[in-house]
Each structure stands twice: as C-alpha cells, then as structure tokens.
Write a protein that binds this ligand. Structure first.
Ligand code: COA
Length: 228
C-alpha cells in the first residue's frame, strides 16, 4: 500500500480521479500528479499537475488507475502490469480498515468501513462511506458506490457495480457484471448479469429494449470507455 511521502500518479482525472487525489492529499505529504490522455501536460486539475499523458509514460510514481468504469479500469490496470509499472493501493482511513490487505490497485475512500475477515480484490473501488461487513468477498474491479452496504458474508462478483446507498443482505451473492441500482436492497442471490433495482431488487432490462452493456452507455458499459 502507498504510504506517506510516496509520489502518486492517478491515471484518469475525471470525477473519481479528483476524489481520490483530493482525499489522498488530506492524509499524505507526497507529491500527487495526474496522467490523462485528454489533458495537456503541464495543465492543472484541482491544483494537481497533469504530468503524463499515456500510461506507458508514467515513471517515478506509484500508479493508481482512477477510472470509475469497471471494465476500462481492468483493461488499464492489466496494461500497466504488462508495462511493469509500479502500482499501489490506497486506504484513506486505515483506522477503519480491519479486513485482509486490499488487492493491487484498489482504493478505499474516506468514511468507508471494512470489517474483519473481509477480502477486497484487485482494482476495487470502495467509495466514500461504503460498508463492507465481516467476511464479505469483493471481487476484482468491483465498484461499491458511496454509502453502499454489504452486510456480513456477502460475495460480489467481478466488475459488478453496487449503486449508492444500496444494501446487500447477509450471505447474499451477486454474480459478476451485475449493476445494482442506487437505493436497492438485494434480498436474494443475483445469479446472472443485469440491472437490478428497487426494494427488493428485481432484474430489469431497459424499457426500450436496449442492453446497458452493449448500447454504448458510458455510465455502465465497461467497454465503452468514458473516464467518469
Ligand atoms: C440502475 C441504473 C444503472 C439504471 O440506469 P439506466 O438504465 O440509465 O436507467 P434510466 O435512467 O434510463 O431509467 C430507467 C428506468 O429505471 C428507473 N430507475 C433508474 N434507476 C433506478 C433506481 N436506482 N431505483 C429504481 N428505479 C430506477 C427510472 O426511473 C426509469 O423508470 P421509468 O422508465 O419508469 O421512468 C441507475 O439509475 C443507477 O441507479 N445508477 C447508480 C448510480 C450511482 O450509484 N452512482 C454512484 C457513482 S459514484
């Protein structure tokens, strides 16, 4: 894990990247820079310099992929590993972290609580105020949105996205590549990819018949690549 005074490079200066950088600045004295192909080198975002453009250019810093889109984050992290870049993981408030050490490239943001026996995979976002209760398993490249709660013994499959304030009840499993809408309560195992909303959470496609995974919706489609 990255600790004080280690220079950090956040790849992706969108909303999530700015959150990670600003929270890390509060607890850390080291340099923080962005890499982002969309921004001019030498410009600043929220006071942080854009130092690099392409992933391959990043050097002299520990790297974290700060892209909200789960599938794109996975692709970028894989590329960074292939390039032998030095990756790290970040826990903003270690005093609220009681689980096993998070996987490479994961970020655990302010106010999040991770309890004993919890396992956090690689490239996971545990967003501000999210709760991962005891003995939960969080798969690689999952995003737990702000204030999402995994009660005890849950398991969340790879690349799934749990929306803000959603709750997963004890012992429930969520398959890979599910989207659980904000405010939903998951009361049964979710066994296939899809969008689940409401209380209790129910599977639902879109009314217009489009598929959120294939129609280019950058908010959810991990292959479409908008850096949010
Ligand atoms: C579930 C979700 C992904 C659906 O996105 P979408 O397919 O683009 O949905 P739309 O906005 O087109 O809405 C489709 C329908 O679902 C309903 N709906 C959308 N989100 C809902 C939710 N969370 N709970 C209940 N109903 C929801 C809409 O009201 C709409 O219903 P209508 O057709 O009767 O008007 C999205 O609404 C959501 O909850 N995202 C999580 C956001 C979040 O937590 N972000 C945190 C970022 S850090």
């Amino acid at each position: 894990m990255t600790s004080n005074n280690v220079p950090l490079c956040c790849f992706g200066a969108g909303g999530h990247g700015r959150v990670v950088a600003s929270q890390w600045r509060r607890v850390n004295k080291g340099e923080i820079v962005f890499a982002d192909e969309r921004l001019a080198i030498g410009s600043k975002t929220d006071g942080f310099p854009v130092r690099f453009s392409a992933l391959a250019d990043v050097q002299g810093h520990s790297l974290i992929i700060t892209v909200g889109n789960n599938g794109l984050r996975r692709e970028l992290q894989q590329r960074a590993c292939e390039l032998n870049l030095r990756m790290t993981s970040i826990v903003i408030e270690p005093e609220r972290y009681f689980g096993e050490a998070p996987g490479l490239g994961s970020v655990v943001l302010a106010g999040a609580l991770v309890n004993c026996g919890a396992r956090i995979g690689a490239g996971v976002i545990v967003n501000s105020g999210a709760v991962v209760e005891h003995d939960c398993e969080v798969g690689d490249f999952v995003h737990l949105s702000p204030n999402a709660t995994l009660t005890g013994g849950c398991s969340i499959g790879e690349e799934s996205w749990i929306g803000a304030g959603a709750v997963v009840l004890p012992g429930i499993s969520v398959a890979a590549r599910c989207i659980v809408g904000s405010g939903a309560v998951v009361t049964r195992n979710l066994v296939r990819p899809g969008i689940y909303t409401g209380v209790p959470a129910r599977w639902g496609g879109r009314k217009d018949g489009t598929d959120i995974w294939r129609n280019g919706d950058a908010r959810a489609d991990p292959r479409q690549g908008q850096l949010t």
